[in-house]
Design a protein around this ligand. Structure first.
Ligand SMILES: Cc1ncc(COP(=O)(O)O)c(C=O)c1O
Length: 513
């Protein structure tokens, strides 16, 4: 007779509970609850006061309204009669949304409190149906893929223009789009305007092509909240006939992180469809400071946007000029644009994409050095480049520190690196993307299994695997894994690029069973 069978059922349950409690107590002894590791790390970073070349655009509060900055905790409120309710706005939120639409020059706008990520998912749920054919540029952000998984549309990838000099992908040209649309109609075309690096394609021509073939134009404009407010910035998609445009207000102008807006043309994308989708996607407990920051960023742009952006552009141009003069560096500039037919038609000059291939060091290594030795924090780095974002919150001293640090680093440059960088592999991947076997939604919801990463060749991915930043999946759910994709992911991981995946260490991967 086993010991357990001697015990009454009640005793068994009590023993189980006892075991659970002791396991929890043991666990608690292993962990030091006097520590708050995230808070400590953030506090240390903030007290170092690094020169900020990352988003959010207010750069540690420099461009925030003083009362707002001092009262962010007090503004953490709830849906109350005085505050209005995000899901059914009828008071100050509704009025703030009307002002946003007016300032950006669009028919209707919505506040988003979960970034452009929520906006892209909302657009998919509002505009697309399961099985709809949608043309999507292959360097789409992972939130666009999330939208496709939510709505079940069938993507057809559009190849973006590849930049040999900087090792990055830009936009899609109108001829490539027309070639696809003339072969087979599509419900929608989903474009990126601009890329993370600030480059844009000819959005007016792309929009005209969409109109010609009766396709909705949806735009991930996460990095374009400021385009409408300065004539030297590229044409904003919301003025080029898009049905919907998503913008992160936190990236360049003064929104808090997660602040974003969705602009729509209700004649093409009905208001009710968008509201219904927003009910599904947005939290019912929005942070009112995030929404207030959108309201204030709108006020700042509407009243003084051109002057503020002129100052920002002047700083970025000064930095671009000085960095270009340093031997071994190249900085992406408007002069590199390759014309309207190319997918690289114009540039948002507030983005400084610094090519470092000639320095003989990996860009990620240089970014780490900038942080540890110079107290300078860029936005992101790849094998051959570093991206610095100049925003409303930057000042002359930041620019001087950046230029001085690069002068010193370039002065110690080694001979040109000979090895093939991972940007070459990304180029090959974009030129020949993996075979699509299932839609992202079908792959996501298929029976799946977790297997060793090295044994996944020829299997169908059940997840997106995304180097972050910039957040562009290397493999999409539903695509067949091949040697090129696996080697690229391994190389990115080895180089220290954070990988967003079910197993960020890439020991295992989720594939369709
Ligand atoms: C192109 C693009 N789209 C969408 C997003 C998502 O924006 P958010 O972080 O505001 O959710 C990002 C974020 O970096 C992005 O780069």
């Amino acid at each position: 007779m086993s010991t357990i069978s001697c015990l009454s059922p009640k005793r068994i349950v009590q023993n189980d509970i006892q075991e659970t409690i002791s396991a929890a107590a043991n666990h608690a002894r292993l962990t030091s609850h006097g520590e708050a590791p995230l808070f400590a790390s953030l506090r240390q970073f903030v007290s170092r006061r690094p020169a900020p070349f990352y988003s959010p655009g207010h750069k540690g509060g420099r461009s925030l309204d003083p009362w707002f900055k001092a009262n962010i905790a007090a503004l953490d409120l709830n849906n109350l009669p005085d505050t209005d309710t995000l899901h059914c706005p009828a008071g100050p939120i509704a009025e703030a949304e009307r002002l946003i639409a007016d300032a950006w020059g669009v028919a209707e706008s919505f506040m988003l409190v979960q970034g452009s990520t929520a906006g892209n998912i909302t657009m998919a749920l509002a505009a697309l149906r399961p099985g709809d054919r949608v043309l999507v540029q292959r360097n789409a952000h992972k939130s666009v893929i999330a939208g496709l998984i939510h709505c079940g549309a069938t993507p057809v990838w559009l190849p973006p223009f590849w930049d040999e000099t900087f090792g990055i992908a830009h936009g899609v040209d109108a001829a490539t789009l027309e070639a696809q649309l003339s072969k087979q109609p599509a419900r929608a075309v989903w474009l990126l305007h601009p890329t993370y690096y600030g480059s844009v394609a000819d959005i007016a021509a792309l929009s005209a092509t969409c109109r010609k073939y009766g396709a909705l134009l949806l735009v991930d404009g996460a990095h374009s909240p400021h385009f409408a407010f300065h004539p030297d910035l590229p044409l904003p998609a919301e003025h080029a006939g898009a049905a919907g445009v998503v913008q992160s207000v936190h990236k360049i102008i003064s929104g808090l992180s997660q602040a974003a807006v969705l602009h729509i043309d209700p004649a093409i994308l009905p208001t009710q469809s968008v509201r219904r989708a927003l009910q599904l996607v947005q939290t019912t407990s929005p942070h009112f400071a995030i929404m207030a920051s959108i309201d204030l960023a709108r006020r700042e742009m509407a009243l003084d946007g051109q002057a503020q952006l002129q100052r920002t552009l002047d700083l970025a141009r000064k930095a671009r000029h000085a960095l270009t003069a340093i031997q071994g560096l190249r900085v992406l500039g408007p002069e590199h644009a390759a014309g309207p037919d190319s997918g690289f038609f114009g540039l948002d000059e507030t983005k400084l994409l610094i090519g470092v291939a000639e320095l003989g060091r990996d860009g990620r290594e240089i970014m780490a050095l900038l942080n540890s030795h110079y107290d300078i924090q860029p936005e992101l780095a790849g094998a051959d480049h570093i991206l610095c974002i100049v925003t409303l919150g930057n000042n002359e001293a930041d620019i001087d520190r950046l230029v001085a640090a690069f002068s010193e680093i370039a002065g110690r440059a080694r001979p040109k690196r000979q090895d093939a960088s991972d940007s070459v592999m990304i180029k090959d991947l974009l030129a020949q993307p993996p075979e699509i076997v299932l839609t992202p939604r079908d792959a996501y919801f298929s029976p799946d299994e977790t297997i060793p990463f090295d044994r996944a060749i020829d299997r169908i991915a059940a997840e997106a695997i995304t180097p972050y930043p910039p957040g562009i999946p290397v493999i999409m759910p539903g695509e067949k894994l091949n040697m090129d994709v696996m080697s690229l992911l391994r190389a990115l991981h080895k180089a220290g690029t954070p990988i967003s995946a079910s197993d960020p260490q890439l020991n295992t991967i989720k594939v369709v069973r």
